[in-house]
Design a protein around this ligand. Structure first.
Ligand SMILES: Nc1nc2c(ncn2[C@@H]2O[C@H](COP(=O)(O)OP(=O)(O)OP(=O)(O)O)[C@@H](O)[C@H]2O)c(=O)[nH]1
Ligand SMILES: [Mg+2]
Length: 226
């Protein structure tokens, strides 16, 4: 079984090299692919120097999901370990721990949550929204093409898993955080964008884009490890 790592990155020069280093150290990962479409801060160069294969487009694809699609298309692995490029504190051990339940056949999807400290017991019971997750290629292929857009792609992957009632494992990645939109865009714009994203996600079941039973599945069907 092969697992390739796909890292969508747009203007993540600050963190991308460390994320690539963690991915290259993951014992289950074969190849590490960074997808950069239109970065202006040298993200692709840093990723390349750190040892990643870089899929580069001069023009933006328009969204994280589109970038992920390019990354998946550039590999032929059986499974994909997705990872955001703006993660801080990530190590190869965190990624090994995410992959292990999948490799050992205990989970069809295994997800890592950021470390929210005292909130961890609550957070890890929620439908997972973080980008750090391993899924078999067929799960990605099963996300309806019309839903492979924007920043709700993780919810759409969740939906495929929930519809199949497939075993899912979540774990906290101790010490791992990320550069939020506030860091990247400044406080005012960052908070505005974060709220926009939050309401968009909340609105998905309300607007019928994803079924309520997807949420229900995650509230009762998760195996929490670590
Ligand atoms: N290649 C590429 N990567 C993208 C694009 N949009 C987002 N990304 C990357 O996808 C990852 C997650 O994107 P973020 O914008 O941080 O979204 P998020 O982590 O869901 O939101 P925050 O909680 O605000 O950090 C990061 O590595 C981004 O650089 C895009 O259009 N193209
Ligand atoms: Mg982020």
């Amino acid at each position: 079984m092969t697992i390739d790592v796909v890292i969508p990155a747009r203007n993540e020069a600050t963190t991308v090299a460390d994320v690539v280093a963690a991915a290259l150290g993951c014992r289950f990962a074969r190849e590490v692919v960074v997808v950069d479409d239109g970065s202006t801060d040298g993200t692709a160069e840093r990723a390349l120097a750190a040892g990643a294969k870089v899929v580069r487009r001069e023009t933006p694809t328009g969204s994280k999901a589109n970038a992920m699609e390019l990354g998946v298309a550039s590999t032929d692995s059986d499974a994909i370990l997705f990872c955001d490029a703006d993660v801080v504190g990530l190590t190869a051990t965190h990624l090994d721990d995410i992959c292990r339940p999948y490799v050992e056949g205990r989970a069809a999807m295994s997800v890592g949550w950021f470390d929210y400290g005292m909130l961890n017991p609550l957070v890890r019971r929620l439908p997972p929204t973080s980008g750090e997750r391993v899924v078999p290629r067929w799960v990605w292929d099963s996300v309806h093409p019309g839903k492979r857009t924007g920043y709700s792609i993780e919810i759409m992957i969740n939906e495929v898993i929930a519809e199949g009632r497939l075993p899912t494992t979540v774990r906290i990645m101790p010490g791992v955080t990320h550069r939020t939109k506030r860091h990247k865009l400044g406080a005012r714009k960052g908070y505005r964008e974060t709220w926009r994203m939050f309401w968009h996600l909340i609105g998905l079941p309300v607007r019928g884009v994803v079924r309520w039973r997807t949420c229900w599945f995650y509230l009762r069907g998760l195996t929490v490890e670590g």
